[in-house]
Design a binder for this molecule. Structure first.
Ligand code: CP
Length: 314
């Protein structure tokens, strides 16, 4: 591992780093409101996306533009990069690192970001690696909770939906282990439960968690409802997918049973698991959450380009 500041997984962040990042994101909100700043006019960020994205790619690209930098890249990299000719990920990264100062990559395979970082001459940010992790999403999720609640210690969060293939819940669980008296209720269909390796990490860190299949029972007690999409594209068969889809929907009736200051989050995109009739409720924070992605990613770009030191398990 080089001494470059890569963002590869959520376990690399400790409390002090999170506090610093969130402080920087808060400042970035003001920078963005003013239209941006010419901080990195000579820097180029590459975006290399092997999987579809709206929020992550656009917010990273917008973040770099707001910081005065430039962006090159490709979506659908499996088709539109020389990967289709058989080039290895390692060779692709070596080449792109020579053309830019930072690489933001989304890939289909768990561990791809670490492989990229191992050969890259510039920082690499993991924008999602298969069903592994999505650390920058979890950072913006946590930032949203802090902003909306004023703190994260003591929060009771229900993570709902596809907890096996949904990478954001893995990263969010790891980040929450930095906070005191957090309680996590994992609510999922039986065939997409939270992986054992995530539970083992929470046990090591002494984070209280439980698994449940009764969302209604949690409606009046949880503070945060973190809904997720059933990741149809990752299932081995349509038959398996059909066992998981449509099980836990957040609708008006459920929201009516929630605490008045509860928070409803979703990394988005959604595919029916939050009814649109909920959107107007002040507790529905998922669009504010997506907006926070811009500020967190501006702060992350600054850390990568500004010489933040690598720590933890990154
Ligand atoms: N939440 C998220 O990663 O969205 P995109 O897939 O649109 O980037």
């Amino acid at each position: 591992m080089s001494t470059l500041y890569h963002v590869l997984g959520a376990k690399q962040f400790d409390r002090e780093q999170l506090d610093r990042l969130f402080g920087s994101a808060k400042e970035m909100e003001q920078v963005a409101v003013r239209g941006g700043i010419q901080r990195y006019p000579n820097k180029i960020m590459s975006t290399l996306f092997f999987e579809a994205s709206t929020r992550t790619r656009f917010s990273f690209e917008s973040a770099m533009h707001r910081l005065g930098g430039r962006v090159i890249g490709t979506e659908n990299a499996s088709q539109f990069s020389s990967t289709i000719k058989g080039e290895t990920l390692e060779d692709t990264i070596r080449i792109i690192a020579g053309y830019s100062d930072l690489i933001v990559m989304r890939h289909t395979e768990i561990g791809a970001a670490k492989r990229a970082a191992a050969v890259s001459g510039v920082p690499v940010i993991n924008a999602g690696d298969g069903s592994g992790e999505h650390p920058t999403q979890a950072l913006l999720d946590l930032y949203t909770i802090q902003k909306e609640f004023g703190g994260i210690d003591g929060v009771h969060i229900a993570m709902i939906g596809d907890l096996t293939y949904g990478r954001t819940v893995h990263s969010l669980s790891y980040l929450l282990a930095n906070y005191k008296d957090v309680r996590i209720s994992f609510v999922s269909p039986d065939n997409v439960r939270i992986p054992t390796y995530v539970k083992q990490y929470l046990e090591e860190k002494r984070v209280a968690y439980e698994e449940s299949s009764d969302l209604e029972a949690l409606a009046g007690s949880a503070d945060v409802f973190y809904q997720t999409r059933i990741q149809k594209e990752r299932f081995p068969s349509l038959e398996e997918y059909s066992k998981a889809e449509g099980k836990f929907i957040i609708d008006r009736k459920l929201v009516d049973a929630m605490k008045r200051n509860a928070l409803i989050l979703h990394p988005l995109p959604r595919a029916g698991e939050i009814d649109t009739e909920v959107d107007g409720d002040p507790r529905a924070a998922y669009f504010r959450q997506a907006q926070n992605g811009l500020y967190i990613r501006m702060a992350l770009i600054e850390q990568c380009l500004g010489g933040e030191r690598q720590g933890g398990e990154g």
